[in-house]
Design a protein around this ligand. Structure first.
Ligand SMILES: [Zn+2]
Length: 467
């Protein structure tokens, strides 16, 4: 099976760091030159009419960079760029195909790594046979670099050695794929992702058998309940607000376009900014959530059948706005990819709408939702989306969500009510870099996860049992 390792790498000296930066910078420069040549042809710019993006002379560009990058890396950058273009053409086709609803936004052709004002984005790719790794107490990554780069830094070694922080999830694999390396400016670290093939019987967490269910929306991006009693909420109002402001600005600029023009560089830039911001938040959310679920011993995540929900229960406006904003299909795919790294499976289930159902008496028509709160004449009051994820989870596993022995921590910025007093709940907000909330306590001994008999049930009644 295919898995992906992601890890932080550290150059072992200042020289090594400068060399790595130059390597990634030159990779980005080559990427940009190839993208430029292809974009000119794609847009039928003057002098390129009738040419195809594949007519760009990438061999000549590779030649220009091979002494710096090494021939294999120059070739790998070209290949990665070609894949990006093929994927763009695939998405474009899906977007124009009315029977296919997986792509809801007009895709953009592959862009440039960085811009004139902010410089290039340091990012590169290393061919599968041009690096090696050693996993153990002191994990190492060794890469091939070009001769010119070695000379420039007076580095006598033909290879660049990097230290890997921590142990990857999948250190025992039969094959490795193309290594992606980049500099993450948000926390000033170099990161790498490495696709690997591992044998089917390797399991990362043999004890994990807990489940989690997700409710996905626009106001609260994700509400999650696990069978260990944990509940996580990722708030999206501010993010959505900013998305909407950018959308309005795009509409305003579009209304001012001259007749016959459909876009401008400024509009395209806003689209890209909007998409990038959302992608960044989604990516970080997937990592944060899956990391927590992994530590909770979850091996399966259920996601409700969002298409059904959107089609039948949401207003047209909500439907359109969340479709664009959240790009559900893309989010689900991202979630599946991240979950794979942790060996957590994701199942999308078609499910009747659960958000209005009272978990205490089962009523669906007597409940009222006001903003985030669901109330019922039977006395129930709880967070609507968290309750929905809990109801959905119960349906999937057909067993009661186990109450937790420990009461809600006073440090936890969460909320509690009669039904939820025994749960751990945490809320997270996006601050442009991280999903932050109050720290997630991990003091709970591990055996409580796997042995329910240690859970003190006195006075703690799970909501499903009180009906
Ligand atoms: Zn009720």
């Amino acid at each position: 099976m295919k898995r992906t390792n992601t890890f932080t790498v550290r150059p072992l000296s200042d020289t090594a760091e400068r060399l790595l930066r130059d390597l990634l910078d030159a990779s980005a420069a080559l990427w940009n030159e190839i993208s430029y040549q292809r974009l000119m042809r794609y847009n039928n710019e003057d002098g390129f009419e009738g040419e195809d993006v594949w007519d760009a002379d990438t061999g000549q560009l590779e030649g220009k960079y091979k002494d710096v990058l090494g021939a294999s890396t120059a070739q790998t950058v070209t290949r990665a760029n070609s894949e990006a273009w093929r994927s763009f053409f695939g998405e474009k086709k899906a977007y124009h195909d009315e029977s296919n609803t997986s792509v809801t936004e007009h895709p953009e052709p592959p862009g440039f790594r960085g811009n004139e004002d902010e410089g290039r984005v340091l990012k590169g790719a290393i061919r599968k046979d041009a690096y090696s790794s050693e996993w153990g107490q002191r994990s190492r990554l060794v890469l091939v670099v070009g001769e010119d780069l070695r000379d420039r830094h007076n580095s006598p070694k033909s290879r660049l050695r990097l230290e890997v922080a921590g142990k990857p999830n999948w250190s025992d694999y039969s094959d490795q794929g193309r290594l992606e390396l980049w500099y993450d400016e948000t926390d000033s670290t170099f990161r790498a992702s490495q696709p690997v093939t591992v044998s089917d019987d390797v399991r990362d967490t043999p004890l994990a058998d807990e489940k989690a269910a997700l409710d996905i929306g626009a106001n609260n991006l994700v509400a999650c309940t696990t069978t260990t009693g944990e509940q996580y909420l990722y708030e999206g109002r501010e993010l959505f607000q900013r998305f909407r402001e950018t959308t309005r600005e795009i509409a305003r600029l579009q209304s001012k376009l001259q007749e016959g023009r459909y876009s401008s560089e400024r509009i395209r830039r806003l689209y890209r900014k909007r998409t990038r911001r959302r992608d960044h938040a989604q990516e970080a959310l997937c990592r944060d959530l899956l990391g927590r679920l992994y530590e909770d011993g979850v091996d399966r995540v259920y996601i409700g059948g969002l298409t059904d929900v959107l089609e039948t229960h949401w207003s047209v406006e909500t439907n359109a706005k969340t479709h664009n904003f959240w790009a559900f299909k893309q989010f689900t795919e991202r979630l599946v990819c991240t979950a794979e790294e942790y060996d957590i499976s994701v199942e999308v289930r078609s499910e009747a709408w659960t958000s209005q159902e009272c978990p205490q008496c089962g009523s669906t028509d007597r409940t009222t939702r006001h903003q985030d709160t669901l109330t019922c004449p039977c006395g129930f009051e709880g967070h609507a989306d968290l309750t929905a994820s809990e109801t959905f989870l119960k349906r999937q596993i057909e067993k009661v969500v186990r109450p937790m022995a420990r009461p809600v921590s006073s440090e936890t910025e969460g909320f509690r009510d009669a039904e939820n007093a025994t749960r751990f709940q945490a809320r997270f907000k996006w601050d442009d870099h991280n999903w932050s909330g109050k720290p997630h306590p991990h003091e709970r001994p591990k055996e409580q996860r796997t042995d329910p008999s240690t859970v003190n049930r006195d006075g703690n009644v799970a909501s499903g049992e009180s009906a």
